[in-house]
Structures are given as C-alpha cells and as structure tokens.
Design a protein around this ligand. Structure first.
Ligand code: HEC
Ligand code: HEC
Length: 302
C-alpha cells in the first residue's frame, strides 16, 4: 500500500500524509469538464434570455432579451379561457333558468361554476353541497338535496328563493294558547298527525299549514306530516316553535334566507347558475308542461 502515490508516476501537490494519503494532481475526467463547461454556458444563455438579475432600485431588473414575463403568459392563457367562456356567458344572459336547464351542454357548463359559487356564498348556511348545516336549534338552513321544499322545487321557485330571499313567518302562540293546548298540538305534530286534534283547525294552524297540515309553498310553511324537521323535532322542540314562532320576535326561531339580488351580491347570471346547480342536486321538480299559448321566452332584446 505504501507505494500507492507513486503509481503511474503521478505527481502530488506536496500534500502527503502518513505516506499513504496524498493530494494527486490528476485532471478531472473529460466528460466531467465538458459537463461543467456546458452548464456554465447554459447558465449565461438562460440569464440573458429570461428576466434575471437586479440592476438598481431605479432601473429595476434586467428584462431578458426574449421579453418574456409570467404576467404576459398568464394574460394570454386567460384570454383563451375568456373566449371559450364568453360564448357561454353571452348566451346565458338572455336565457331563463328553465331554458338553461333544457340545454344539456349549458347545464354542464353552469353546474361547474355553480359549484364554486355555492361554496363561496351558500355552503356556510346550507352545508357543503347543500347537505344542511345544523346547530343545537336544528338546521340553520334547509337541506337542498332532498325533494322536501318549503317554497317549491321548480326551477323558477328556486331562482326566486335565491334572488329575492325568503323569510317564513310563524306567529308566536304564547299569548294565544294555554300550556295544555301547546302540549296537545306538539304531540300531534311530533307524531306526524297534526290534524288529529281539532285544535289544529280551531287555533288557526290551518291558515298557514293548510287543511291537511302539509304546508303551503306560498308562505313556506313547513309540511308537518313528513317527519322532516327544520328545527328541533322533539316534542319539547316543537313546543318551543309553537310558543315563540318563527322570525316573530324574541326567542323565536330564526330562519332568514338573504336576498342575493339585493345590494348586488350576485349578478343575475350567477343566480341563474346557482338555481340550475341547486336543482341538479336531484330534488328539483319538473315544470308542468308549458301551455302552448305561454312559451317560455328570453327577455326581448333591446
Ligand atoms: C345566512 C344563511 C343563508 C345563506 C348564506 C344562504 N341561505 Fe338559502 N336559506 C337560508 C334559510 C334560513 C332558508 C329558509 C328560509 C325560511 O325558512 O323561510 C333558506 C332557503 C333557501 C332555499 C329555499 C328552500 C326551500 O325549501 O324552498 C333555497 C333554494 C336556498 N336557500 C338556496 C340558497 C343558495 C343557492 C344560497 C347561496 C347563493 C343560499 N341559499 C344562501 C339561509 C341561507
Ligand atoms: C302565520 C302562519 C303560521 C301559523 C298561523 C302557524 N304556522 Fe307553523 N310555521 C309557519 C311557517 C312559515 C313555518 C316554517 C318556518 C321556516 O322554516 O321558515 C312554520 C313552521 C312550523 C313548525 C316547524 C316545522 C319544522 O320543520 O321544524 C311547526 C312544528 C309548526 N310550524 C307548527 C305550527 C302549529 C302547531 C301551529 C298552530 C298553533 C302553527 N304552526 C301555526 C307558519 C305558521
């Protein structure tokens, strides 16, 4: 081993330790030198071609001979996207939600942007994808995925719910009914048979919930026979709803669907997209076949 650094007559830099370990003056292999030179050249070319080094605070940075910028590249890409979208967006402007729904290509386009709009504007109250979000009082806002609607599940009803907002009102009955009457009514409602007690008619529940207790879409009064509860559906919870009402002052249940047209929260096109998106959750109800005399038509062009 001791004769290792004499092998081939290679000279050392003079650094030799222990006679065994030395600093040879060998050239690095040719392939390695070529690689190094190539990458150095590449580096210079790259630096000159693209925006690179800072010059001074007054002159900014060297912009590169190619004139490339990330922003210009993004702008070019967005222009392409806008062109594709523009065609759809222009069409949507003049169409009713029902007409959009009848066109499968537009429906698919609309459903995609609807998903984003829903996440941004609606999911906080209605839950991700409309599955409903609950607190201790019951659902903050109704589930939108089922076919149980307060205000109707036709495309036009859904559009109106979103654009104008909704606020069902049920009066408080604490001064109208005795505790025993509230108890009887709450038990009948909890059993899904509100009309089983004459109080339902005598005390005026029919006026809003209808003679069969199934609710009236015009006022968004709940169906009391289907065991689907917006608020706490226990006997105690129902007593509370009857006693203090809904949107009717102190201690009442609160149920406010904000208007998305008011204060320009969303554009009309965005509301149409959302209406179709919500309809497509699966609970949407088909319109009755349109009477030939009253075709659905786009607003007259100006
Ligand atoms: C601040 C909470 C809140 C937000 C945000 C909200 N909603 Fe609502 N929404 C409600 C409540 C509460 C109701 C029920 C109103 C009632 O009971 O009278 C409702 C009702 C509805 C209804 C009618 C349901 C039925 O059964 O008839 C639809 C449709 C609807 N919302 C869609 C939407 C869409 C789409 C968005 C987003 C653009 C949205 N909501 C945003 C709280 C909200
Ligand atoms: C002025 C109209 C009106 C009257 C009168 C009325 N209700 Fe209501 N009720 C409503 C509306 C509207 C709702 C739905 C509130 C909502 O979800 O926005 C409702 C909701 C309810 C609920 C909650 C249902 C759920 O899903 O959690 C119960 C229970 C109920 N009513 C029972 C009664 C009973 C019993 C009476 C008679 C003593 C009565 N209501 C009288 C309008 C009325």
């Amino acid at each position: 081993m001791s004769d290792k650094h004499d092998a081939g007559g290679v000279t050392t830099t003079g650094h030799v330790w222990d006679d065994d370990l030395g600093d040879f003056t060998n050239q690095p292999p040719k392939w390695w030198m070529l690689g190094l030179t190539a990458s150095a050249i590449w580096c210079v070319v790259y630096f000159l071609y693209y925006p690179s080094f800072p010059i001074s605070s007054a002159h900014g940075f060297f912009k590169g001979i190619a004139g490339w910028t990330a922003i210009a590249e993004m702008d070019a890409d967005t222009t392409i996207v806008d062109e594709v979208r523009g065609k759809y967006e222009a069409k949507l402007k003049g169409m009713t939600p029902a007409a959009i729904l009848a066109d499968s290509e537009l429906t698919e386009y609309v459903t995609r942007s609807g998903k984003v709009l829903f996440g941004d504007n609606c999911a906080a109250c209605h839950g991700t994808n409309g599955v409903g979000a609950a607190d201790a009082q019951g659902f903050i806002a109704p589930i939108l995925r089922d076919d149980d609607w307060l205000y109707g599940g036709k495309i036009g009803d859904i559009y109106t719910s979103i654009s104008a907002g909704r606020q069902g009102v049920m009066i408080a009955h604490k001064d109208v009914l005795s505790a025993a009457e509230i108890d009887t009514l709450a038990n009948a409602v909890a059993a899904g048979k509100p009309t089983s007690t004459p109080l339902f008619t005598e005390k005026g529940c029919v006026v809003c919930h209808g003679p069969d207790g199934k609710g009236l879409a015009a006022m968004g009064s709940a169906n009391l026979t289907d065991s689907i509860w917006r608020f706490d559906g226990s006997v105690e919870g129902i007593k509370r709803t009857i006693t203090y009402g809904v949107n009717a002052g102190p201690d009442a249940r609160v149920a406010v669907m904000p208007s998305f047209t008011a204060a320009g929260k969303l554009s009309d096109t965005e509301i149409k997209k959302l209406a179709v998106y919500v309809y497509k959750f699966g609970g949407g109800q088909a319109d009755a076949p349109a009477a030939p005399a009253a075709p659905v038509s786009a607003p007259a062009a100006k």
